[in-house]
Design a protein around this ligand. Structure first.
Ligand code: OAD
Length: 269
């Protein structure tokens, strides 16, 4: 048996024997829904440097210095999410919970696990759809259609003479001064605290699982990247599904939208 076939067979055995599974996902699970990852060759951080775009300080400075570039970045982030639908990988994760208790922990902010039907989802880097005050108090949920409208207005702002005020108006339902305080999407930029209570619940889930399935993550961004280690420290086995061979007990290499449905079918089909 090849290593790949042996790992796939061990992964199937791990899922079948599991009493508590944590599925820990990153941008790769949404790649086949058309949402770019961060660190692949066509990734977001290849086109927009994290120094200028992944912190509030950098982002605000970019907005003032180059409003059209600011609008370009927001369009690059928001548009793929605004038009995305769950792919076969998200659906397979949702299907998994019909067979065993599953907690999904995701670094993604795209809401696609919930759209696929997963019921317990901890979004440790937050969600672009959840609008909160600067102090973290919930304000409202944006719909995917509202995000599409923001993208359309950002496109118009890019063409306008006064691009910055137009861009700021375009994103006002997501970010800007509100009735009581400034509101913003509940997303975690570099240097910010993890989204709560998601992060605390994610760590608890990792401590209680006996099988962790990591999918489409480079597992390089701390503290989220600690979760597989936490699972291993309590004796859980780790399966990794990625287009690149990952660090895991059972690495299964291939696109998530093909591998995950096959894995679930082989385990429970
Ligand atoms: P990365 O871009 O770092 O990693 C994506 C992983 O998915 C890579 O290992 C790819 O090989 C893999 N991949 C790509 N396409 C795939 C596919 N179709 N099927 C399976 N695997 C695929 O994304 P994350 O690990 O999610 O945080 O990045 C973690 C964090 O870094 C993000 O949440 C974000 C970013 O900076 C913040 O902004 C705080």
């Amino acid at each position: 048996m090849s290593d790949d076939a042996a790992n796939l067979s061990s992964a199937v055995g791990c899922l079948r024997a599991a009493k508590n599974v944590v599925v820990f996902t990153g941008a790769g699970i949404s790649a086949e829904s058309g949402i770019p990852t961060f660190r692949d060759s066509d990734g977001l951080w290849q086109r927009f440097s994290p120094e200028r775009f992944a912190t509030w300080d950098g982002l605000l400075k970019t907005a003032v210095a180059d409003p059209r570039l600011f609008a370009d970045f927001l369009i690059a982030v928001l548009e793929p999410i605004a038009v995305a639908a769950p792919n076969a990988a998200h659906l397979a994760v949702a299907e998994l919970e019909r067979h065993i208790p599953v907690t999904v922990v995701t670094q993604n902010v795209d809401g696609l696990h919930q759209a696929a039907g997963s019921t317990t989802v901890h979004e440790v880097h937050g969600s672009i759809f959840e609008i909160v005050t600067l102090g973290g108090r919930f304000v409202r949920l944006l719909s995917r259609a509202e995000v599409r409208e923001i993208v359309q207005k950002l496109r118009e702002a890019k063409e306008a003479a006064l691009a910055l005020p137009k861009a700021l108006r375009a994103i006002h339902s997501m970010l800007g001064p509100g009735g009581v305080s400034i509101h913003r999407p509940k997303i975690v930029l570099f240097g910010e605290a993890m989204a709560e209570p998601a992060w605390t619940l994610a760590q608890e889930a990792a401590e209680q699982c006996d099988c962790m399935l990591t999918v489409g993550t480079s597992a390089t961004v701390m503290p989220a990247a600690m979760l597989p280690g936490i699972a291993r420290s309590v004796g859980a086995r780790v399966i990794d599904v990625s287009i690149e061979p990952g660090e895991a007990d059972f690495p299964v290499t291939g696109p998530a939208a093909s591998v995950l449905p096959a894995l679930v079918r082989l385990a429970f089909g």
